[in-house]
Design a protein around this ligand. Structure first.
Ligand SMILES: Cc1ncc(C[n+]2csc(CCOP(=O)(O)OP(=O)(O)O)c2C)c(N)n1
Ligand code: SF4
Ligand code: SF4
Ligand code: SF4
Length: 1834
């Protein structure tokens, strides 16, 4: 403790340092404590970070020890640990804020109750209420004022340092714990030059005796005591009161500490600081705390206000009323109390209440007191506001004084706010406009180095001479990066700067704008800060223009005229420089901060230039010497250039004309950016009222009423506002450019984009033509029959793309189909085309969302978030919204995902254009998210149960009603409700879709807000149980119709640490069907990168700056122990696995948790940062750093191993992974001695973990060890399909263990084994990624495989590709070369087949089981009976049938139109044995029409012969026949239909039965013998050959099985349409479709058979109607100006005719038409020269058309085929090789190969030269690769 002798000591000049408030506190507290317990929370985290860093560097405290810094799992934990440390005699401290402080509360009571001395340092902050605010006010500190701590407020950075010491002194002398608080950000983050308390001074000041006493009071077995007992009413109160003495004395101890401190340091503080600058006596007193004291003080001082004085409250607790009232001069009549907090519903805020009570107590109750609120959430508190308060208090009549009041906002609702006057300049302004304080403002772009540079500048200037006073304060956009930054700097060699508020309008002598986009129209008012004759510096590329006039023009084009006018009127010195190109010139590309800092020193005159240059050079040497002399020199040369070379820094002569420029129009900026996107009035208003001012940094001016008008009360935000920002968050200036010719439409680039800025669009040709820039709207034909007639385009939003490169990295093609290009290239067309495409209809519903590719056609409902470029978190969230967006609710833990996902007013969560539905998102807190989500889930589950009851009751009530008493609407609603009850638990959009269908009936039946009639009396409705009331209640719970997917999301900090207790609790219960997504960045990213328990050993992050020593917590395995929890560990590059995990988690009935690896900017990936996000993810998995697995409890039910290890073989070394990230490298750099050990530990951990996971994945088949499995199943899979097929196979096969990716095994593993390969082919014949290495090794192996090596291959692909199944074929070839035995012909699953690849797969599997000699899996075929009942209607009714069939054909699943036949003509003679026909069909049906595009195909739904149907039914059963009427709820039919109509039009009674059908039928067979026959595949084979067995035949053959009607209708397949290429061209023959059809026949032993459709078509006549729909042809049709070669045989001529007719049409219309050669082949010229007349006529008429025909059966000795003609003629060479023409091949499967040979011959002119041939072959393949060769084969 300081003694009086201290007074005598001379006070040494202190060390001065430029630091911020956090550093100031940390520096003091580090030295005075043994332990610090920390947890990160803004804005106090830097205190913890500093002490942790010093501890890691072994800085010593006063006891010569390192401070022991311990990070806890939460503030609650820190408080508990602190309590424990204190009772153990430690000098311990902690730092916190806001919600964190609230979590301390229980322990604060304990610590105070037990009189344990400590100081808790708080950077005071707002509390989360209607929204989270990380900014400063006193809400947190005021809320703990009842805990029993003394509370001391610091007014400035210097005070924060000093009070940290003084409170430490007072806590020990008083034993009362202290809370020391400074204003969050304003003080904690403000840089100021302060005097430091030295160690020597501290030693003098600390009360050592009391510290010793504290230590002696500690718990110890040497003198045991008990603490924390339970007390009864008899003694508790006395014990509480027994500490009164200490509280009564604490102010004395504090005052004594202040005095001692003054004696040692010379700095004098009072508990209540009184200031008055008038000369008479003040009438008004302003009472306030924190940094506002300095604002009031400086204002009163500067204005020399005669009327008002200030009392700054430093000692808030204990409150000393006597001392306080004494501080108020007698003259004071009115008091204004300023509180920086709001206590809703209270009589007044805390300080106000204390003031009022004190005045009453001390007999001055007659004083007039007004309480006011200011500065909530860091709202800047300025001199202007102080003056508004003073003016308010000086009103003549006290009744006119606003009380309570608010200041700083416009409250036009409750009208509490004070009107503010003019800006007040508290600094002296001299005659020449110069000032005693230099004020500067810098505008920067997040991470451009502006803020860092300014911090450096403050230091340089602050250290320049002793007296120099400096201040720096920094503001940032809420976006995680690439947002704006603003630096407010003040310097003065004359006065001490006490101005804790921003630089104000028209006061800055220097304003710099480092980003030229800010000066553009509708951006920021960057020059408003400039004062007259100030200096404005603009970094702009304009400065590089050589010609001054051109420069001026460019500037005028760039800069908002409003700004130019201000510059002129303010008579500003205007300088420009192109920092980027200058930096590049000096080899320092991208480092503009150094240049801008030099420019500042040169222009601001803040220091003499020579001195500044010398100091800058010294700084350069200090900062860069570790990079080598060359870098130092580069920087110094650059510095010299900036400060002295006139070439670079250019002064702009401001023309007089700028003075009269008219301000730019007032149109809001979002309109300029994206006017077309304005969705509705609500959004428009929100953008106008709220978003626009906020984005232009004028949010302070928005009045309260606007928030209410926009329905934002309670913190509600409207969806989808981020899309209007278009903020170009792209420092790289690069965006991806798409090369459609190498794109395989896999959509992998789309999947990974963190910003949803790249999307695939499925568009029509007309839409492309209508694009703003149609030529630049590149498209290719969309792959997949579901996209019939559509084109595929990838487009990028240039103003949303962050240039992160993830999409390019993810593209699997070689060469890649995306490359980064300058954003300026085609900017206008890219932007406009994007805007246009964005507005086009959503077409995601055309395809499935269950595949990687399909999922990406779903519009993301989370887009353009504020995350850093390349953020690893966002793609997962985006995918969630694509899969479940329209039925999901998200509870999101505080973290990055709440900042990028919910920063007002930018909301990236949006809704579907089509349905208006979208994810509902809410954030509660950091610590309670699991519980918050569970609350949502349980509440909704309960509400839904009620809805189910209500629906059941309602349906029951209707059921009881006689038919005649139900209205048609009721009947329809009833039937839909019944449907809903059936599907309600299905985890899909189905329940929602059923609800959509109900809506019109609710509207019609519900007499309330659903649309009809008067609103009913609510309470009456609730009491009643009749059907109307039930309906009303159902409507009220309508939100529960969808099957909600509840997601609980957050980061690792939440899941592993602070929220773990809650997370564990919700996972522990099977009934909690909630899904948890943890985006694992392995640190607390949002607060700047502090360690969590997810941080791995060896990482250097904040709070573990000496390297984390403990290994990462294994959260996945922890939850696996519950056994009912679905657990997955995923990483973004493995898209198929991510997708599978998300789908499985949602599907799992119970809790799930997905832990997703999320690369973060703070990992410091080198050298490209998150530009390598995808590679980083892959490397992490390949090295075993991040394992991929899924634990699916559903598998346990099937007696399978629930654990599936998705990543197996370690292909990379984990230490190599560590070398890629600075979080690990820093350890090596700073602590090489421990780095080696920790890295080795990581290596062994990884191997240990992988071994363990492998064990988990093993063993559930009959063999003992997986290695004993006789069959190895391997796959190479790009999108996950091949992997799924392989896994299913391995599961089913008794001889195999499980399926592995090919790359996960060694060749030696398959030597001597039986191997089953399932191999997909991706792109243009490429091997999928996870098979590439295996294949490479296979190709380089020369040693043959051992005997017994056998294999079979299943290839998956798409036969419309040239390289169909190439990867599979390559493996087969290579295996054969190495002597392995092929067991089976390769199977091929063809995606372009009507039934998809399943058909090929099943027929292959049929052969696999016998080949392996294992029984096929015993599958019980699943039968879902059709909902059907016999109707009471006696006879069929044609109208009823018609209606029901229309329902069927018009249903979403079919979407057909009934159109009439115009003609049906044979093309060959009657008696010829083949029947080619032209069938012309009208496009106009009865009430719908068909439209088609060139090259499309028409799908026709055949029907059965009604007589045959009738015969069958009569033969089959006596229970029903074709006249029987049933009521049906299936096939889209909702009503009655006769069985005759159903069997004729819907069910494929006469198709060939499949094995699956037989299996299903067999389940109804009772005779085992019959069953055996049915299940024997040879039965079908033989019957098919002999009799051409049909389903009807099979049913009759096994009549005894006779399934009941519901099952029968379910097992008979439905009639599928048959597709025919269209031979007409839509523009040439309007409203008519012409088909060229060959009536197909086939033979069985019993005779000739017709296909169903052909049978029907051959019998149709003019006027008959056909049910048809359009299907896109598989070939991309040519444009008329494209050279074309068509080769077709037989009816394959159809599409060629269409193309040709379109060329003819174009020629007739005078369009340019390119050469067109047609090679047509058929059997006999005389009979089969189809379209002969027409073709020959064209040949004669048009010179661009050449016809080549070949007839193979005319001359049996000389068969001529089309390919022979192609080879012989020059057309192919001239049109396809020498020109970029298109080739179309159409005919049977045997045609393409010979055609390719023919092309090579034509291209090489029949050369024998190998090189020529090779070149021709490459040219030919090139055509295929680039989509110029297209084929349709069958
Ligand atoms: C009780 C409480 N303590 C501390 C904080 C400050 N805080 C907000 S987010 C966050 C870190 C979040 O980290 P993590 O959960 O890993 O998510 P990430 O930011 O990495 O996505 C912290 C410490 C808080 N909001 N509430
Ligand atoms: S560069 Fe990044 S932000 Fe831009 S489209 Fe590609 S992935 Fe998306
Ligand atoms: S091939 Fe490349 S560009 Fe095309 S969709 Fe796939 S990833 Fe995207
Ligand atoms: S998680 Fe990392 S990369 Fe993503 S927004 Fe947060 S800090 Fe940026």
């Amino acid at each position: 403790m300081a003694t009086d002798s201290a007074k005598a000591d001379a006070i040494k000049p202190p060390e001065m340092k430029c630091v911020d408030g956090n550093w100031a506190v940390a520096h003091a507290t580090y030295r005075m404590n043994d332990c610090a317990y920390i947890f990160p929370i803004t804005p106090s985290s830097p205190m913890g970070e500093e002490v942790d860093d010093w501890a890691a560097h072994h800085k010593k405290n006063l006891w010569g020890q390192d401070l022991r810094v311990i990070e806890m799992q939460s503030e609650g934990g820190a408080a508990g640990a602190l309590h424990g440390a204190l009772v153990s005699g430690s000098c311990a401290t902690t730092y916190t804020a806001s919600q964190g402080l609230l979590l301390y509360i229980p322990n604060l009571y304990k610590i105070a109750g037990e009189l344990l001395p400590t100081v808790i340092h708080v950077a005071s902050r707002a509390l989360a209420g209607e929204a989270l605010s990380i900014y400063g006010d006193h809400s947190d500190t005021m809320l703990v004022r009842g805990c029993g701590l003394a509370m001391i407020s610091s007014f400035s950075v210097q005070e924060a340092h000093d009070m940290a010491v003084i409170t430490q002194m007072a806590t020990f002398t008083s034993r009362v714990p202290f809370l020391h608080f400074m204003d969050g950000f304003r003080t904690s983050h403000e840089i100021n030059k302060i005097a430091l308390v030295s160690d020597e001074q501290l030693r003098k000041l600390l009360p050592w005796k009391q510290i010793e006493e504290h230590r002696q009071r500690a718990l110890s077995p040497m003198h045991p005591t008990q603490r924390g007992t339970a007390q009864a009413p008899d003694v508790f109160m006395q014990m509480v009161e027994s500490s009164n003495q200490h509280y009564q004395d604490v102010d004395k101890h504090f005052i004594k500490a202040l005095e001692d401190f003054k004696n040692v340091t010379g700095r004098d503080y009072k508990p209540f600081e009184y200031q008055y600058y008038g000369t008479s006596a003040p009438r008004v007193a302003i009472i306030t705390m924190g940094s506002s004291v300095a604002v009031v003080n400086s204002t009163l001082k500067a204005t020399k206000n005669e009327q008002a004085c200030l009392i700054g409250v430093r000692m808030f607790r204990p409150w000393n009323a006597d001392m306080f009232v004494k501080a108020i001069p007698e003259s004071v009549q009115r008091i204004a109390v300023l509180d920086r907090t709001r206590e809703g519903g209270a009589q007044g805020e805390p300080l106000y209440l204390d003031v009022c009570t004190s005045l009453m107590q001390q007999g001055r109750g007659s004083l007039f007191v007004a309480g006011g609120r200011y500065g909530l959430g860091s709202k800047d508190f300025t001199p202007r506001m102080v003056m508004a308060v003073v003016q308010n208090m000086l009103r003549k009549n006290t009744n006119d004084i606003q009380r309570p009041f608010t200041v700083g906002i416009t409250d036009d609702v409750t009208n509490l706010s004070l009107t503010m006057g003019r800006h007040v300049n508290i600094f002296e302004t001299k005659a020449d406009d110069s000032s005693n304080v230099t004020q500067c403002v810098f505008w920067g772009f997040g991470s451009d180095g502006t803020v860092g540079g300014n911090k450096e500048a403050i230091k340089i200037i602050g250290n320049y001479h002793e007296k120099m006073s400096v201040q720096g304060y920094f503001e940032y956009d809420a976006k995680k990066s690439s947002g704006w930054t603003m630096s407010h700097l003040r310097f003065s060699p004359e006065v001490k700067i006490e101005a804790p508020f921003r630089v104000e309008e028209s006061q800055a002598g220097y304003v710099a704008c480092h980003n030229e986009s800010y000066v553009q129209k509708n951006k920021f008012d960057v020059v408003k800060f400039l004062k007259r004759r100030g200096t404005f510096f603009l970094n702009t590329t304009v400065a590089s223009l050589p010609d001054p006039e051109e420069r001026l023009k460019a500037l005028e084009a760039l800069v908002d005229p409003k700004l130019l006018r201000q510059l002129a009127l303010k008579n500003v010195q205007f300088y420009i420089m192109d920092a980027a190109s200058l930096a590049a010139r000096f080899g320092l590309a991208g480092r503009i901060n150094m240049i801008c800092m030099c420019a500042f020193f040169r222009l601001s005159g803040v220091l003499p230039l020579d001195d500044a240059v010398a100091l800058l050079k010294a700084a350069i040497k200090k900062n860069y010497s570790y990079k080598g002399d060359a870098v130092v020199k580069q920087n110094i040369d650059l510095l010299d250039a900036v400060v002295s070379d006139p070439k670079y820094m250019l002064q702009v002569e401001i023309p007089a004309s700028w003075r009269s420029l008219t301000p730019s129009d007032k149109e809001p900026s979002y309109k300029k950016r994206h006017i077309t996107l304005m969705e509705d009035e609500k959004t428009r208003k929100f953008l106008d009222d709220i978003s626009e001012p906020v984005t232009r940094l004028n949010g302070d001016d928005i009045p309260v009423s606007k928030f209410l008008e926009n329905n934002l009360l309670g913190g509600v935000m409207i969806p989808g506002t981020s899309k209007y920002e278009k903020r170009n968050p792209n420092p790289s200036g690069l965006i991806p450019e798409w090369d459609q010719s190498s794109c395989t439409q896999c959509n992998q680039c789309i999947f990974v984009c963190p910003h949803a800025a790249i999307r695939p669009f499925v568009v029509t040709k007309e839409e492309v033509a209508a694009a703003p820039f149609p030529k630049e709207f590149e498209v290719v034909k969309a792959i997949g029959s579901e996209f019939a007639g559509k084109k595929y385009a990838i487009r990028v939003s240039p103003l949303d793309c962050t240039g992160c490169n993830a999409c390019v990295e993810a593209c699997p093609e070689n060469p890649k189909a995306l490359k980064m290009e300058s954003i300026d290239k085609d900017f206008e067309s890219n932007k406009k085309n994007w805007d246009y495409a964005y507005e086009l209809p959503d077409r995601g519903d055309l395809t499935t969302k269950l595949t990687v590719r399909g999922s990406q056609f779903q519009t993301p409902l989370m887009e353009f978030s504020g995350a850093c470029a390349g953020c690893g978190e966002t793609p997962y969230f985006k995918l969630l919204t694509q899969l479940f967006g329209e039925r999901m609710v998200i509870a999101n833990a505080t973290g990055c995902s709440t900042i990028w996902g919910g920063s007002f007013p930018s909301n990236p969560y949006t809704m579907s254009k089509k349905t208006g539905r979208g994810p509902a998102w809410a954030n509660s807190l950091f610590e309670d998210n699991a519980e918050f989500g569970l609350g949502m889930f349980t509440a909704m589950k309960h509400r839904r149960a009620r809805l189910v009851d209500l629906v059941q009751d309602y349906v029951h009530k209707l059921d009881l009603l006689p038919e005649g008493e139900k209205s048609e609407d009721e009947k329809s609603l009833e039937s839909l409700l019944v449907d809903w009850l059936e599907v309600k638990d299905e985890k899909s959009d189905k329940p929602t879709l059923v609800y959509d269908k109900m809506k019109p009936y609710f509207k019609a039946l519900c007499p309330d807000d659903s649309g009809r009639g008067e609103s009913k009396d609510e309470s009456d409705m609730m009491c009643r149980q009749d059907k109307d009331a039930l309906l009303h209640k159902i409507w009220s719970d309508r939100d529960m119709f969808p099957k909600i997917s509840q997601w609980i999301t957050g980061g690792d900090g939440w899941a592993y640490d602070i929220g773990f207790g809650g997370l564990d609790h919700i996972q522990a219960f099977e009934a909690n069907d909630v899904n948890v997504l943890v985006v694992d960045t392995e640190m607390y990213s949002n607060t700047g990168g502090q360690a969590s328990k997810s941080t791995p050993a060896g990482a250097t992050v904040k709070f573990a700056s000496g390297g984390k020593t403990q290994r990462k917590k294994n959260i996945g395995e922890i939850f696996m122990t519950y056994e009912h929890v679905y657990v997955a560990s995923v990483a973004i590059h493995n898209q198929a696995q991510v997708l599978q995990a998300f789908l499985e988690a949602d599907k799992h009935d119970g809790p799930s948790i997905i832990v997703a690896y999320a690369p973060c900017i703070q990992h410091g990936v080198r050298p490209q940062g998150l530009n390598d996000m995808i590679d980083e993810s892959k490397f992490a998995v390949d090295s075993g750093y991040w394992p991929l697995y899924r634990y699916n409890p559903e598998l346990i039910k099937d007696a399978k191993n629930p654990f599936v290890l998705d990543s197996k073989k370690l292909r990379k070394d984990v230490t190599a992974f560590l070398q890629r990230e600075s979080r690990f490298l820093n350890l090596k750099k700073n602590y090489p001695e421990i780095a080696g050990d920790l890295f080795a530990k990581m290596n062994s951990d990884v191997h240990h973990r992988m071994d363990h996971l492998r064990q988990l994945a093993e063993g559930y088949k009959d063999f003992d060890h997986p290695d004993d499995a006789a069959v190895k199943v391997l796959y190479a899979s790009e999108t996950g399909t091949a992997a799924r097929v392989a896994r299913d196979f391995a599961d089913a096969c008794t001889l195999s263990h499980n399926a592995d990716a090919m790359d996960d095994v060694e060749l030696s593993d398959i030597d001597g084994k039986t191997v089953v390969f399932v191999i997909a082919t991706c792109g243009q014949g490429a091997m999928p990624q996870n098979g590439k290495n295996f294949h490479k090794e296979l190709c380089s192996r020369t040693e043959p495989f051992g005997e017994g090596t056998r294999f079979m291959v299943m290839g998956l692909g798409d036969s419309s590709y040239f390289f169909y199944c190439k990867a599979a074929k390559d493996v087969e070839t290579q295996m054969l070369k190495l002597g392995a035995k092929k067991m089976l012909e390769m199977g091929c699953g063809d995606d372009s087949e009507e039934e998809g690849m399943e058909a090929g797969l099943h027929s292959w599997l049929d052969q696999v089981w016998p080949a392996l000699e294992v029984p096929p899996p015993e599958e019980v075929p699943h039968i879902t009976p059709v909902k059907v009942a016999f109707s009471q209607r006696a006879v069929a009714n044609a109208d009823v049938d018609k209606h029901s069939l229309e329902q069927y054909f018009y249903s979403d699943a079919i979407k057909a139109v009934s159109v009439p036949i115009l003609s049906n003509k044979k093309m060959c003679s009657e008696d010829y044995n083949r029947d080619f026909r032209t069938i012309r069909i009208s496009c106009s049906g009865s009430n719908r029409t068909l439209s088609y595009q060139l090259g499309d195909a028409l799908e026709i739904f055949p029907s059965n012969d009604p007589t045959k149907v009738s015969d069958f039914l009569h033969a089959y059963t006596h229970d029903y026949d074709e006249r029987t009427v049933v009521s049906l709820h299936a096939f889209g039919i909702d009503g009655e239909i006769s069985l005759g109509a159903l069997f004729t039009n819907v069910l494929d009674l006469f198709c060939k039965p499949s094995m699956h059908f037989m299996q299903q039928l067999a389940t109804f067979e009772t005779s085992e013998d019959e069953k055996k026959i049915m299940l024997d595949p040879s039965f079908l084979k033989t019957a098919s050959k002999e009799t051409g067995i049909t389903v009807a035949d099979a049913l009759l053959r096994f009549r005894k099985a006779c399934p009941p009607l519901p099952a029968l209708l379910s097992i008979i397949p439905t009639i599928k349409p048959r597709a025919y290429s269209i031979a007409s061209a839509p523009q040439a023959s309007t409203n008519v479709i012409e088909l060229l059809v060959l009536i197909d026949t086939w033979w069985c032993d019993e005779g000739l058979r017709y296909g169903l459709n052909c049978d029907m078509l051959r019998q149709t006549v003019e006027g008959d109607h056909l049910w048809c729909r359009m299907k896109a042809g598989s070939m991309d049709p040519p444009e008329p100006d494209q050279p074309v070669i068509c080769a077709g045989i037989g009816s394959g001529l159809a599409p060629h005719m269409a193309f040709l007719r379109d060329h003819v049409r174009a020629a007739e219309a005078g369009e340019e038409v390119a050469p067109f050669s047609l090679y047509f082949g058929n059997r006999k010229r005389a009979e089969e020269y189809l379209y002969q007349t027409e073709l020959e006529e064209y040949e004669k008429k048009y010179e661009w058309f050449k016809l080549h025909s070949a007839f193979s059966r005319d001359d049996p000795n000389k068969k001529v085929y089309v390919q022979d003609l192609v080879a012989k003629t020059d057309d192919a060479r001239l049109l396809l090789r020498d020109r970029p023409g298109m080739l179309y091949i159409c005919g049977n499967r045997n045609l393409p190969k010979p055609m390719q040979d023919a092309l090579v011959q034509s291209f090489s002119k029949h050369s024998d030269d190998k090189e020529e041939i090779a070149k021709a072959t490459t040219d030919m393949e090139d055509m295929y690769i680039h989509g110029r060769a297209q084929q349709e084969v069958w």
